[in-house]
Design a protein around this ligand. Sequence first.
Ligand code: PEP
Length: 255
Amino acid sequence: MTRRPIIAGNWKMHLTVAEGLALASEIRNRCARFRGVDVVVAPGAASLYPICQRLADSPIGVAAQNCHHAAQGAYTGELSPVQLADVGCGYVIVGHSERRQLFGETDEGVGKKARALHDHGLTPIVCVGETLVERDAGRTLEVVLRQLDAALGSLRPEEIAASVVAYEPVWAIGTGRTATPAQAQEIHAALRTRLVALAGETVAQKVRIQYGGSVKPDNIRDLMSQPDIDGALVGGASLTADSFTRIVAFENEDA
Ligand code: PEP
């Protein structure tokens, strides 16, 4: 089974609308020719609508960085899957470690969001990952498998197949310290084995599992050479068109 790679850029709380539009246009112009890979950008909430408009006729997808699980209601400051679909998003990142660590996101909450996103035709990018303390205590698999179960547990097999999982070791995010390809592959393989248990072999082979954590143009190729690494969730290196394009172009030596 060959899974179509998916590279997503998480812009976090960076860039004004004008800066985001300029970056989105440049990414569209430079990345649209790479037909063998899905490319997604995740701007801040204030830029989602204009950037969805700017990318509407392009193959570049747009993700929100978070959502609420309810379709609507008295939840000041939140955005619902309905609203995100309405502005043109196709994906939503859920369970990013910054949301878990800084904003109290729980496994249960991530599961509710993944359920709600599928209910409204959006694709969750479900982040899982261990902290350095957890890794050093030998708890990596326990943590990431618990997070995976909670995120996907309420989904039907076809919804699991359509979901994207991002393995992001917390100690590698924004630190310049990348998991080695072998370290990442070990966890990706374990996640896929758990997907087999959750939804069967055929579904598990369809799920795209991204690696995230200090992905750069000079390490993407080695990471992508691993059998269970199907893409990348990129933070810092997604903020310039040059480095992001070089990551997207990982298969094209000449890019
Ligand atoms: C991220 O925020 O998801 C991430 C992986 O960031 P960075 O690439 O900067 O480590």
